[in-house]
Design a protein around this ligand. Sequence first.
Ligand code: PAF
Length: 281
Amino acid sequence: MQVFTTTQELREFIAQYKSQNPTKTIGLVPTMGALHKGHLSLIETSRAHCDCTIVSLFVNPTQFGANEDFSQYPRKKEADLHICNKAGVNVVFMPEIEQMYPLDSTLQITFNAPKAMANVLEGKTRPGHFNGVLQIVLKLFNLVRPNKAFFGQKDAQQLLIVQKMVQDLFLPIQIIPCPIVRNEEGLALSSRNAYLSANGIQQALKISASLNATTKAIMRGIKESQELKRIALEILEGLEVEYFEIVNHELQPLEQIQKDSTLILVVARVEGVRLLDNLWF
Ligand code: PAF
């Protein structure tokens, strides 16, 4: 496994790889590190689809708001490198901030993620978050020039907005959505779970339980979003629920669920930790 910390090293590698292996494919797994089984499944999927898997480890400052957890975000470089090595990753790219953002913020090209998709749900409480995500993802796409890039369905809004950028800017990259990975009890894996106590983890299980109850209700024939929301909120009682929404793939609210184009999203805080989960239906 090769590890690069500068954009120059990475670009040289990519140029050489592409010229020596013109028919081989490159897969990019963008991450902010603190790797867990969820990331591992992205890496495994990339390895199954592509000849060369590149993982980026970079906690991107531009996607954090002023009062968010940028400085506290877990950083586990040694453990991450070990995981990548064991998982058969070909290249790890772990730049310092100055490598990815060489220009003063007043000189940077910034992004406006599509408002209809970026100012709702996560965007309501995290203004500018998706602009920062698109800024770093496009930089990584331009450096790596991957054939495919792998994103988790857990960050559903991010996945749909990145897909929209690829479509709208005609980027020659295939976005591969990867299913949510859960622990044995159903909790969606997240780097932020590390902040939870044992009791907090038990509380957090209500989140996936609310989605399971929603699935069962849908199977029983309930289609109205309002009724499905009522069922879910009953289970989420005791948690600080930020939102439980039923939307289409353009992230617009649905009165009734529609097969194959419905996304049910929940965000709740447990012990102050903001946890996301969702169901693609
Ligand atoms: O999902 C994440 O970890 C980040 O938002 C991403 C895509 C790596 C961009 O920083």
